[in-house]
Ligand binder design. Structure first.
Ligand SMILES: Cc1cc2nc3c(=O)[nH]c(=O)nc-3n(C[C@H](O)[C@H](O)[C@H](O)COP(=O)(O)OP(=O)(O)OC[C@H]3O[C@@H](n4cnc5c(N)ncnc54)[C@H](O)[C@@H]3O)c2cc1C
Length: 378
């Protein structure tokens, strides 16, 4: 860690989250994160949280980063999304996979938050089956030329650099594309269910010239090395995001149930309401433990970390969906109104079941793990 102790960073995170939480509804309505919030994230070092210290990051361990993600994710899902996209999907991936030359060119600026990065994999026709992308690259002299259209790209509206995936006859490679490059067009998108303040956009690439030095990790490494590494890191971040959202909903649910009276009693005394609270407490505790387990395995570089991360992401996003739905139920009419946070938490939780590999994609991965691990031989 940059300052030798986890306490100052978590103290900073908790203080930042306390300022952030009351403003999350405003960001959601405005569909944008104010510049000063991004600046505060940068100044606190959060945007370089998992980037090694030698590249200007905080060098947090997976567990420390998970806790940071939970704290910020509990306060504001869109602000947390900046951590997932900029820090996990791009900066940490480059730190692990890119050439020294790329690290030198990009990592210090990404770690400090001087430049913001986004991750451009999905297309209108290529989601879960991302390898079927139609964005193409062609080697022309010393450069590569990219053509295509990426969709649902969080923070593309404000990012300075894009990690773009493209294919040449099925060979997928990854490139870093600077926003100012000729032929890059950003088409903002709005009206999302959640993550509304993530400056989402389509990225249209028309004969975009990328220097060969911006090819990340060699021709054909785009999917196996770069995207898979990035999605694993992103998945870990989303697992902790689910804990944050579920914890926020649990606190709203319990506070309301302890106050609200119907039929002459607090509604928290009704057993049917208590069941929802008990399930929420249990689900949040279990999700947090699965995230911690994935974090520990990642820190040990265990091969089991891959399956553990899918398990944590699948479980935690499912729990967040159920707990936020029950929180709406416990708040009744108030739960359906934007004057209370649970309506937004309910929307944000659904997003977690779709991004960084849908719940069905996680189930498929977990089942593959189960079949190879637990089927009796012979
Ligand atoms: C808020 C938000 C932010 C996003 N940010 C980014 C970003 O920054 N960068 C980026 O590249 N993308 C981003 N995305 C896109 C996201 O990664 C995709 O939406 C996701 O991968 C799912 O792809 P899809 O939407 O095309 O759905 P599809 O892949 O078409 O899936 C539709 C349904 O079919 C199911 N399905 C698909 N294949 C299978 C299968 N083999 N077995 C069982 N079921 C299956 C899915 O689980 C799902 O229920 C974002 C999306 C959202 C909603």
């Amino acid at each position: 860690m940059a300052d030798g102790s986890p306490i100052p960073i978590m103290t900073r995170a908790v203080a930042f989250a306390a300022e952030l939480a009351p403003r999350a509804a405003e960001f959601d309505r405005a569909e944008r994160l104010p510049h000063e919030v991004i600046e505060q994230m940068a100044d606190s070092g959060f945007l370089g949280a998992t980037v090694p210290v030698e590249w200007g990051g905080l060098g947090l361990t997976p567990l420390e980063y998970g806790e940071l993600t939970e704290v910020i994710g509990k306060a504001c899902a869109s602000t947390r999304a900046l951590l997932t996209v900029h820090t996990s999907l791009v900066a940490e991936t480059l730190a692990g996979r890119a050439s020294w030359r790329i690290k030198e060119k990009y990592l210090p600026d990404l770690a400090s938050g001087r430049r913001i990065a986004c991750f451009a994999l999905s297309e209108a026709g290529a989601g879960s089956d991302a390898a079927s992308m139609s964005t193409s690259y062609l080697k022309k002299g010393e450069d590569f030329v990219l053509n295509g259209r990426k969709k649902w790209i969080s923070f593309a509206g404000i990012a300075d650099v894009f990690l773009v995936f493209a294919a040449d006859n099925g060979v997928v490679s990854a490139f870093l594309v600077d926003r100012e490059t000729a032929g890059v067009e950003i088409r903002p998108m709005s009206g999302m269910l959640g993550n509304r303040a993530t400056h989402m956009a389509e990225v249209v690439l028309s004969d975009v010239k990328v220097p060969a030095e911006n090819l990340v990790c060699g021709i054909g490494s785009g999917f196996a090395f770069v995207a898979n590494t990035a999605l694993l890191l992103g998945r870990y971040s989303i697992a902790w995001a689910g804990v944050g959202i579920a914890q926020a909903a649990l606190e709203e649910m319990c506070s309301h149930a302890a106050r609200r009276e119907q039929f002459g009693c607090k509604i928290g005394s009704f057993q049917l309401v208590q069941k929802m609270i008990a399930d929420a407490v249990t689900g949040v505790s279990a999700a947090r433990e699965l995230c911690r387990r994935a974090g520990r395995l990642r820190a040990e570089r265990s091969p089991d970390a891959i399956a553990a991360t899918s398990i944590a992401k699948y479980f935690s996003s499912t729990v967040a969906g159920r707990v936020t739905s029950d929180a709406v139920q416990v708040l009744g009419g108030s739960g359906c109104w934007s004057g209370y946070p649970v309506e937004r938490l309910f929307r944000e939780a659904k997003i977690l079941e779709i991004i960084e590999g849908t719940s069905q994609v996680q189930q498929t991965l977990i089942a593959d793990f189960g079949l190879t691990t637990f089927a009796r031989k012979g």
